[in-house]
Design a binder for this molecule. Structure first.
Ligand code: SAH
Length: 251
């Protein structure tokens, strides 16, 4: 069996209990070395065969995992954050399906959740935004035109941008062209939940300068929107005058 496992955003104790159990059992681990905290590898048993996929192709990853799975070994494919977000797992799963090899996915804590924790923020504030857009600037991987930052920005919702910290001048321009005021609050979260995590609060217009001043070029998320500001409405859920399935209004 092959297990795709989300390693979480960085901190070594932010892997799930299930993910840790699988790592402890694994005979073979293929981990995304560019972002997965190597401390997770200390959980593996003696003799575990460990590969860093950073320098491997899809073909090479399959050449390691498939023979191991066929030999009845437990294989863990360890991805950063949650594997469903920019994890390139679909192409691996399709390959395994074509070979008739079974697999499972164990979710992880995505870095966008780690970033909210670092910011001590709530992405979905009543009266501010009830929507979180996860996206990225087009890089070598293109983004469909209908999902350009400019068009997504028109919603004025909370936005979390992955894989974009090397293009912040362009990102700001696109966000502003889409409708965010230049002074809309924004934050850069570098290495969320890692020991060297950095949180930089700025504005949409100030993103590039803020990253430059702090020497940040990668492993960062950009968060944008009124959720980083000071005004919002209280929730209905905990409002004394609001009745719902689990509680009668008390006044
Ligand atoms: N599957 C991952 C995302 C992989 S794409 C997840 O769920 O988080 C890689 C991008 O994710 C990086 O370029 C960066 O934008 C972001 N990222 C991953 N880990 C991060 C962290 N700890 N802090 C900030 N950004 C992170």
């Amino acid at each position: 069996m092959i297990h795709f496992v989300g390693a979480g955003p960085g901190a070594e104790d932010l892997i799930t209990v299930r993910g840790e159990t699988l790592l402890k059992r694994a005979d073979v681990v293929v981990y995304a070395g560019s972002l997965v905290n190597p401390a997770h590898l200390a959980r593996t048993k003696a003799g575990c065969d460990i590969h860093d996929s950073a320098s491997m192709t899809l073909e090479q990853v399959m050449d390691v995992m498939i023979p191991a799975a066929k030999a009845g070994k437990t294989v863990v494919r360890l991805h950063t954050g949650d594997p469903s977000i920019y994890g390139a797992i679909r192409e691996q799963m399709d390959w395994l399906d074509a070979q008739g090899i079974d697999y499972e996915v164990c979710p992880g804590v995505s870095s966008f959740c780690g970033a909210a924790a670092a910011l001590r923020a709530e992405y979905t504030l009543p009266d501010v935004s009830q929507t979180v857009i996860l996206s990225r600037m087009a890089g070598r991987t293109p983004v469909p035109e209908r999902e350009s930052i400019r068009s997504l920005a028109a919603h004025g919702s909370t936005m979390v941008l992955f894989l974009s910290s090397g293009m912040l001048g362009k990102l700001s321009a696109e966000l502003i062209a889409g409708g965010y005021a230049p002074e809309t609050p924004a934050a850069i979260v570098y290495k969320a939940t890692w020991p060297d995590e950095k949180v930089i609060r700025t504005t949409v217009a100030g993103l590039e300068q803020a990253a430059k001043e702090n020497g940040i070029t990668k492993t960062a998320l950009i968060t944008v929107g009124g959720f980083l500001g000071d005004s919002y409405e209280r929730s209905k859920l905990y409002d004394p005058s609001f009745t719902h399935g689990c509680r009668e209004a008390s006044r």
